[in-house]
Structure formats: C-alpha cells, structure tokens
Design a protein around this ligand. Structure first.
Ligand code: ATP
Ligand code: MG
Length: 172
C-alpha cells in the first residue's frame, strides 16, 4: 500500500507540475544519457525480480529541454514495459539523435495491444481488461506522457501486435 500511494503521489506531483508549467516551460541543457541511466538504476530491482532480459543502446546526448517532463515521459514508458511484460521477457530501450531530433524508444515482448486498445491507452484512467488487473496502476501514466510530449512539441507513436509486444517511440 505504501509503494502504491507513493507512486500515486508522484503522479499527482507530475500533474500539478504540468498545470503550473502550462504558461512557461523552463528549459535548460540536460544530459539525457544520465537521466535514462538514473531511471534504469532505480528500476533495476524490478527488472531483476522478474528476470527480464534487458538491453539498451543509448547515445550520449545533451539537449535543451524541460527535465521533469522528459523524466516523467521516459520513466512512465520504461515502467509500463517492466510492469506489463511477463517474467523472462525482453525489453529494449534506445536513445539516439536523428536530424536534430531526439528519438527515444522502448520495446517489449509483452502482451501487446489490439487496435481498439491502442486507440484508448492515452485516455485518462483507461486500463486494458481485468485479466491484467493483478498489475496495479491508475491508468494515468500514458495520459501524462502524451500531455508532456505535446507540451514539448514532440510526437509519440505506438506500434503493437497483440500477443507479440509493443514499441513506444517518442520524438523530441
Ligand atoms: P499508471 O497510472 O500507474 O501508469 P497504468 O500503467 O495502468 O497506470 P498507463 O500507463 O496509462 O496506466 O497505461 C494504460 C494501459 O495501457 C495499461 O493499464 C495497460 O493495460 C496498457 N499498457 C501500457 N503500456 C503497455 C505495454 N508496454 N504493454 C502492454 N500494455 C500496456
Ligand atoms: Mg503506467
């Protein structure tokens, strides 16, 4: 319960942060490589617990952006991949530059999403059927991700095959 409530508090904080930032988004040069490494480090125990095979290809990138928003985007997508991929599954995280754009992607070989589910996952409070109900969550993560990406004038794409896996790609 404590873990769940502290996670909820983080989500609330993210949301408040967004509201506050609506008028002026502070940007400064941040090291995205370090940012991702920090997220991965704190996810380490969950990755080990589920014996997930984890790989990453992360370029050294410094980028002028809003750190809390980018942190929230990357963290939510990595957290989802870890949560929804069954034990012994595979996760691949990549970060690189393409024509002055930062491309961040997370691929997993988890349950995947149908076309209908894919259309709804960015809705607030939407969670895929009760069969996954043993995994806790509020259904707000991706709504926050999408809002953050929009605020930063980026794009987010999801490619998914039911039963095979999912890739989320963010361009900033
Ligand atoms: P939280 O608010 O804690 O993030 P959540 O993870 O349920 O809760 P979202 O992150 O918004 O909420 O995700 C919405 C739903 O989309 C999830 O409940 C899950 O069913 C589905 N989903 C998200 N990421 C994946 C993924 N990588 N693979 C399969 N399904 C996913
Ligand atoms: Mg989530």
């Amino acid at each position: 319960i404590n873990k769940e409530s502290s996670r909820l508090m983080n989500l609330v904080q993210d949301t408040l942060l967004l509201t506050k930032q609506n008028h002026r988004i502070d940007k400064k040069k941040i090291n995205l490589t370090t940012l991702i490494q920090n997220i991965l480090q704190s996810s380490g125990p969950q990755i080990n617990e589920k014996s997930l095979h984890f790989e990453s290809q992360i370029e050294e990138i410094t980028f002028k952006t809003n750190e809390p928003m980018v942190h929230s985007i990357f963290e939510n997508l990595i957290e989802n991949a870890i949560k929804y991929t069954p034990a012994n599954g595979q996760i691949f995280v990549s970060l690189h530059l393409e024509q002055n754009k930062v491309i961040f992607s997370v691929t997993d070989n988890g349950p995947g999403l149908s076309e209908i589910q894919k259309e709804r996952i960015f809705d607030r409070f939407y969670r895929v059927d009760e069969s996954r109900a043993e995994v806790s969550g509020t259904g707000l993560g991706l709504a926050i991700v999408e809002k953050n990406v929009q605020e930063l004038h980026g794009t987010i794409d999801v490619v998914s095959i039911l039963g095979k896996g999912t890739t989320f790609t963010v361009n900033l």
